[in-house]
Write a protein that binds this ligand. Structure first.
Ligand code: APR
Length: 228
């Protein structure tokens, strides 16, 4: 089976009602990213960050995978689909995708603020000060904040290097190192990008599908079928 690698961003979940970051009415229009999504902010005001991620977790729980998520999951019938996502929601998994690598963490998990290898599946969507890991340290959201390393990056590069086909969906390609992944695609493979407002200055070989994720993945499926 050919390996189809997907690099998804916030636009993938937009039709599920989850806000993107840098669009009109995006999350970073309402919040200062360094106040709610940086390691410095965690040290300064952990309660604020727990509330911020509690709100996003509740929104995720009340959202459903959209047509784009579902179509990607269905493609597993024909391709070895490996999803690398910048998203921290679990919509790819809930749609049925079986290989999902989260570069920026997962809302469904918490980890020890002192022992990062201690990661826990969250049963209760509300985290609060005083929730402790088994060694007695405060639990924090299992999210990669600005100013922190991206531990899964090497794995993501390896997967991207092994792609037969690459499709970028719903990301402004603003945030590195994730945005740099496209450069690790093997030369000459088909590279698609699905976005209603595609980032400017894309390399010429990228085949742009200027649609939202749902319609865009539908078109991608057609193109893949025509190419067989
Ligand atoms: N379908 C597809 N793409 C969409 C849709 C949609 N329905 N709606 C918006 N988009 C596109 C926008 O045009 C934009 O290019 O999704 C992209 C969203 O870009 P950002 O808001 O910057 O989100 P993302 O690229 O995922 O951000 C990367 O930044 O703040 C950090 O950690 C956070 O993972 C996030 C990272």
């Amino acid at each position: 089976m050919k390996r189809l690698v997907i690099l998804s961003g916030a636009g993938m979940s937009a039709e599920s009602g989850i806000r993107t970051f840098r669009d009109m009415n995006g999350l970073w229009e309402e919040y200062d990213v360094m106040e709610v999504a940086s390691i410095e902010a965690w040290h300064k005001n952990p309660e604020l960050l727990l509330r911020f991620y509690n709100d996003r977790r509740k929104q995720m729980i009340n959202s459903q995978p959209n047509r784009g998520h579902l179509l990607l999951a269905q493609l597993e019938e024909f391709y070895d689909v490996q999803i690398i996502t910048q998203n921290v929601d679990d919509l790819h998994e809930r749609a049925g995708s079986s290989k999902v690598l989260h570069l920026h963490g997962e809302l469904t998990k918490a980890r020890s603020s002192k022992y990062p290898s201690l990661v826990y599946q969250l049963d209760n969507p509300e985290m609060k000060m005083g929730d402790l890991c088994e060694k007695g340290s405060q639990l924090r959201p299992h999210i990669v904040w600005f100013g922190e390393e991206v531990p899964e990056m090497d794995k993501a590069i390896k997967i991207t290097r092994s792609a037969d086909i690459l499709c970028v969906i719903g990301t402004s390609l603003n945030v590195y190192p994730a945005a740099g992944l496209v450069n690790f695609a093997p030369a000459g493979i088909p590279v698609f990008l699905i976005d209603p407002n595609p980032p400017a200055h894309l390399p010429r070989h990228i085949r742009v599908i200027s649609e939202k994720a749902g319609a865009g993945v539908d078109i991608l499926c057609q193109k893949l079928q025509d190419a067989v």
